[in-house]
Write a protein of this length. Structure first.
Length: 306
């Protein structure tokens, strides 16, 4: 093999490993941080938690973005890319938390499992990107694994409501749209710069929701009433769930199609099972372990279709 041919292959191989490492890292961050957030919601309201988490995340991302801070870019491109942050974390997490308060966590987990499928559909509609049949098959296999990981959610749906389930569907659609639209701009800006710009917009949205909720008297808990330990824990979870997770995901998305990136998202609940076992001492059922194995198998097979 000539040197001129070996060099492009080496570059392609390096990019693939960067994408794989970044996607695994982002899935681990989201999986572990979800367990932390679940733990924190026992001591603080969802709107307050989101504000603290995003504040810490934006601070961390701005440090990562030095010297390429978002405001150093004078073009309209950075502004348009930042507005994608309204979709996620803005609308996705705000609407998702409201929906979760109206329906069961089990029902929400089953609905959220449809995100990889929605990513394929949105990419098909907006970007005319049609994944290969093999990749679609892997995504379908992973979704089956996700439903198995949801465990008792398939049998015991608990107290659900059509309004709550509809909001979870809407939040999942916003999350899928974020992935597709971000894939169009990941090559234009450094990942930390893009993530910080998007999350500044998301933080402004979250603060607005928090102030509305407080003024309406729907939640009476104030940030001042929280202990320093709880605030530090919430801030740490925000750095993991938003700063590191989104930064790594945007790095991987630079080299992957939205559909392929959606397949890697299915690893999130696998890491969630591990985190729940380590931190909350929740022992997974046999069905959950089988689902996790199915997800991992689908991702391994799907790698060859990226």
């Amino acid at each position: 093999m000539s040197e001129t041919l070996a060099t492009p292959l080496a570059v392609a191989g390096k990019r693939r490993w960067i994408a794989v490492s970044a996607m695994i890292g982002s899935a681990a961050c989201w999986g572990f941080a979800t367990v932390m957030s679940r733990d924190l919601l026992d001591t603080m309201s969802s709107s307050a938690l989101l504000v603290v988490q995003l504040t810490a995340s934006v601070a961390a991302l701005l440090l990562l973005a030095i010297p390429n801070a978002p405001w150093r870019y004078r073009s309209n491109g950075i502004g348009q890319a930042a507005l994608i942050g309204i979709l996620e974390p803005g609308l996705t997490y705000t609407i998702g938390l409201v929906g979760l308060s109206l329906t069961s966590a089990n029902s929400a987990s089953v609905i959220s499992a449809s995100e990889p499928v929605l990513i394929v559909l949105v990419a098909w509609l907006l970007l005319r990107q049609r994944p290969s049949p093999a990749l679609i098959g892997c995504i379908g296999l992973a979704v089956v694994g996700l439903l198995l990981v949801s465990g008792e959610a398939l049998i015991e749906r608990g107290q659900t409501s059509s309004a709550g389930d509809s909001l979870i569907v809407l939040a999942t659609l916003f999350a899928a749209s974020y992935v597709v639209l971000s894939s169009r701009v990941t090559g234009d800006f450094p990942a930390a710069t893009l993530a910080s710009a998007q999350q500044i917009v998301g933080l402004a949205f979250a603060i607005g929701v928090f102030l509305i909720v407080q003024s309406a008297g729907l939640e009476r808990q104030t940030l001042i009433a929280l202990s320093p330990g709880v605030l530090a824990y919430a801030a740490f979870s925000g750095v993991i769930q938003y700063a590191l997770a989104f930064w790594l995901y945007l790095v991987g998305l630079r080299y992957l199609s939205p559909a392929a990136a959606g397949l890697w998202l299915t690893l999130v609940p696998v890491f969630g099972l591990i985190g729940a076992y380590v931190w909350l001492h929740e022992i997974p059922t046999g069905w959950m372990i089988a689902g996790a194995a199915l997800i991992i198998g689908a991702v391994v097979i799907g790698r060859s279709q990226e």
